[in-house]
Design a protein around this ligand. Structure first.
Ligand SMILES: Cc1cc2nc3c(=O)[nH]c(=O)nc-3n(C[C@H](O)[C@H](O)[C@H](O)COP(=O)(O)OP(=O)(O)OC[C@H]3O[C@@H](n4cnc5c(N)ncnc54)[C@H](O)[C@@H]3O)c2cc1C
Length: 496
């Protein structure tokens, strides 16, 4: 059955890739490599990432995926699974299967698929009683309604979201005490009848240029101090809002063929610093306002962080399986799959992969109902996963470098297989179990994982995208149930 045939039979919230790409052709202000981008869907270095995400949106309609990655809501609309409010253990597991399916489409290499933010929106829209406290004066109920309206808007229109949570730190001591620079950090400068005016900068919107909307929420790892009222808010805006600018890093998609750059030619998701220059945020797009303490609690109290960690763990499982697969292919190709040293290193990656799988299983199996009537995976195993992965992934990359060694450099280009040195390349790049062309393809893939700009950025992403590791570990320590353990120590010490 074709996508068109399926779409003819049902009202769809989920969009096609073509609809998504059409939505990106607006007045958004995106800057890269010294110039303003006219159209992100045709801009070299961005267009192929956009096309990849478009193909994933098309996947949602395919018969082999549709029941895994979507659900039909009470209005009969088919929407993305991550938006479904989970009311049972089975619902939580269904969410996990959808996240994992999405992640497999890029083997975890397109990290910021829309299900990440969809999961967070679902949680915030469920936690209306929390958001109802979220206004500095009266009117919290309106904030909660705003959130539900925005959730339904994003859900029914299959919007692709990015988010930006972090104020750039100008002075480390100041940042460590929860204070922000009023010259740089995003802040409210004025209230008007229509909304608030904001000015300043935020780090870092992964997928920003390729998103429809941006969530500007408080970071709950970097806690704001109580006197930070102008910095305390949560809102969302279309990327194409006047005064909103995205300043991008250099692209890692250098226009190479899929053979030459199998990952960076497909999965460039782009990161951008976000500048707000006298941007009007309409009241109906504000979800928290003027209450630093509530902002500090927001992701935890709504359980958004748990649902986001669930999505992340599923993605990291798919990614780790893929890394394991590449390493096993290398071992087999070189005939070193019998070698003790090689097997030991790959077994280490297999064990990391199985650790993530076990934590995911544990979290899902121990799902429980929260105060908003949703089922939520157990937080502890997912916290463990998100604290371990920033150390696991760089170790996986190190192992790929150790096993790949100079083969990661013996990587002629695709064109060398059809030019005047083709016979040399065919002759001298063979391995015991692999013809030259297949060997080069395999090692170019390993290069894109472990050496290229794309691969290095992936490692940086895994280290930091969920927050500063030191602060995440500190939060982990605080959340850990220590009393029964220290109690056992006390019991022993109190024995006569
Ligand atoms: C590739 C990539 C993609 C990202 N995507 C997004 C995104 O989409 N949305 C978003 O909001 N953010 C995103 N981030 C930003 C991410 O949230 C931050 O990098 C992270 O919170 C760390 O903050 P920072 O970069 O300002 O580092 P800093 O806060 O400057 O930290 C630098 C180092 O100091 C340590 N440190 C910081 N504070 C303390 C402290 N008090 N005590 C001891 N050590 C400390 C940190 O652990 C870190 O090692 C992304 C980051 C990367 C690298």
């Amino acid at each position: 059955m074709s996508v068109t045939e399926i779409m003819g039979r049902q009202h769809f919230g989920i969009r096609t890739g073509a609809e998504y790409l059409g939505g990106l052709r607006d007045d958004r202000e995106v800057w890269t490599r010294g110039k303003r981008v006219a159209d992100v869907t045709t801009e070299p270095g961005m267009a192929r990432g956009a096309a990849t995400l478009a193909s994933f949106l098309d996947n949602q309609h395919k018969p082999e995926f549709i029941d895994t990655v979507t659900y039909v809501d009470d209005d009969g609309d088919r929407c993305a699974m991550a938006y479904q409010m989970p009311k049972s253990l089975d619902d939580v597991k269904a969410r996990g299967r959808a996240y994992y399916e999405w992640a497999k489409w890029s083997n975890g290499m397109f990290g910021r698929t829309p299900d990440y933010k969809n999961a967070s929106l679902m949680s915030f829209a469920s936690a209306t009683s929390f958001l109802a406290q979220g206004f500095k004066g009266q009117g919290g109920e309106a904030m909660a309604r705003n959130m539900v309206d925005f959730y339904n808007f994003a859900r029914k229109n299959d919007k692709v979201l990015t988010h930006t949570l972090v104020n750039p730190s100008v002075n480390f001591q100041q940042a460590a005490s929860g204070k922000f620079s009023d010259k740089v950090a995003l802040q409210i400068v004025k209230e008007t009848d229509a909304g608030v005016i904001v000015n300043g900068a935020r780090l870092l919107a992964t997928l920003g240029p390729l998103a429809d909307e941006i969530e500007v929420f408080p970071s709950t790892v970097l806690k704001a101090s109580d006197d930070n009222i102008p910095f305390a808010f949560a809102f969302a805006l279309p990327i194409a809002t006047p005064g909103l600018k995205l300043i991008c890093r250099d692209t890692y998609d250098e226009g190479k063929s899929h053979f030459d750059a199998p990952l960076s030619s497909r999965y460039e998701e782009m990161d951008a610093v976000v500048i707000f220059e006298n941007v009007l945020v309409p009241w109906e797009r504000i979800f928290l306002y003027g209450q630093p303490e509530l902002c500090n609690q927001a992701f935890g109290a709504t359980n958004a962080v748990v649902h986001m960690m669930h999505q992340v763990a599923c993605g990291k499982l798919a990614k780790s399986e893929f890394i394991t697969g590449i390493l096993c292919s290398i071992a087999k190709a070189t005939g070193r799959d019998k070698d003790l040293y090689t097997k030991g290193l790959i077994a280490e990656v297999m064990q990391m992969t199985e650790t993530i799988r076990a934590l995911l299983y544990s979290a899902e199996a121990q799902s429980h109902e929260d105060e908003y009537g949703n089922f939520v995976p157990l937080r502890g195993p997912l916290e463990t996963s998100r604290n371990l992965y920033p150390r696991m992934y760089p170790r996986m990359i190190e192992i790929m470098q150790l096993l790949g060694s100079s083969s990661l450099m013996a990587t002629p280009a695709e064109a060398d297989f059809s030019n005047e040195i083709a016979h040399d390349v065919a002759q001298y790049f063979q391995l015991t179990n692999l013809e030259s062309r297949d060997r080069v393809a395999l090692y170019r893939l390993a290069h894109d994982v472990a050496i290229s700009g794309f691969g290095t950025r992936q490692a940086l992403y895994e280290r930091f995208f969920f927050g500063p590791p030191a602060l995440m570990a500190s939060a982990y320590y605080d959340l850990y149930d220590k009393d029964p353990l220290t109690g056992r120590v006390d019991n022993l010490l109190s024995l006569a």
